[in-house]
Design a protein around this ligand. Structure first.
Ligand SMILES: Nc1ncnc2c1ncn2[C@@H]1O[C@H](COP(=O)(O)OP(=O)(O)OP(=O)(O)O)[C@@H](O)[C@H]1O
Length: 255
């Protein structure tokens, strides 16, 4: 595999919920131009670790994060870091599509507007169109931009949420099981979209579905009981894992 530009570096990360430790000494690098998948059995800490990458754990009162996480070398837990700005740079798409109860247009326009990214209405229209195009949704919604985002199908809602993340021009997109509420056709569309977005944004996806990890990612990290057991090229993790625990998981011995 060719040398990769590192987008995020995490070192010796621990996460606690109250007294309970959910992540134990995890260090990992996220590549700029690859899709990185986090896999592992339920409760192993995939989502918790993902949420450290844009400080979403700050919203959980009992959560405490230790360690060093850098975005382009910049400490994201530094007191000088603007968390609102950080979450625009490191966008997130959740398990359940969660459009605002507003029009399709407003769902996408909201972020650019509050971040002051559009100088004029024409400019904002352009951002909305481009974001919806990149999210593979434009052709399906261009004639109904004033309809409610919540009236779309589940798969369309998830692409709308991806358009919403894209609209503020992020550097990284975190996806937490983005297809788990979708049917196979909507899932295939999101997977196709992930392929198209690769390279433009660094992408990290948490998935329960090992076939999905194998299909969409170039790097895979296997978590177990709060630790990072193995991290490497997806092809190696699935065909030639080095750790017994990885082998047991990918062959379905537990999970
Ligand atoms: N808000 C919270 N408060 C307390 N404990 C939590 C909280 N969120 C997660 N945990 C605990 O932290 C551990 C890791 O959970 P996490 O959701 O990160 O795992 P996961 O691998 O993403 O699981 P799943 O695949 O089931 O979503 C679990 O033991 C979970 O119960």
């Amino acid at each position: 595999m060719t040398e990769q530009i590192l987008k995020i570096t995490a070192r010796n990360v621990n996460v606690f919920y109250g007294a309970k430790q959910a992540i134990n000494d995890v260090s990992i690098d996220v590549d700029q131009d690859n899709v990185t998948a986090f896999i592992g059995p339920s409760g192993c800490g995939k989502s918790t670790f993902l949420r450290t990458l844009n400080r979403m754990n700050d919203t959980v009162a009992s959560a405490r994060v230790e360690g060093d996480i850098r975005l382009d070398g910049e400490d994201i837990y530094a007191s000088s870091m603007d968390v609102v700005q950080l979450r625009a740079r490191v966008g997130m798409v959740f398990q359940k599509p969660n459009p605002f109860p507003k029009s399709i247009y407003e769902n996408v326009a909201y972020g650019p507007r509050i971040h002051g990214l559009a100088g004029s209405k024409a400019n904002l229209d352009g951002i909305v169109e481009q974001s919806l195009r990149r999210a593979g949704l434009w052709d399906e919604v261009k004639d109904r931009l004033s309809e409610s985002g919540t009236a779309l199908s589940g798969g369309q809602q998830q692409r709308l949420c991806i358009a919403r993340a894209i609209a503020v021009d992020p550097e990284v997109i975190l996806m937490d099981e983005p297809c788990s509420a979708l049917d196979p056709i909507a899932t295939a569309k999101i997977e196709e979209l992930i392929h198209e977005l690769r390279g433009r944004y660094a992408i990290v996806i948490v998935t329960h579905n090992m076939q999905q990890a194998a299909r969409v990612s170039q790097k895979t990290a296997f978590f177990h009981l709060g630790t990072l057991v193995e991290y490497g090229a997806t092809s190696d993790i699935f065909t030639n894992p080095r750790q017994e625990r990885t082998k047991d998981y990918i062959t379905g011995r537990y999970g």
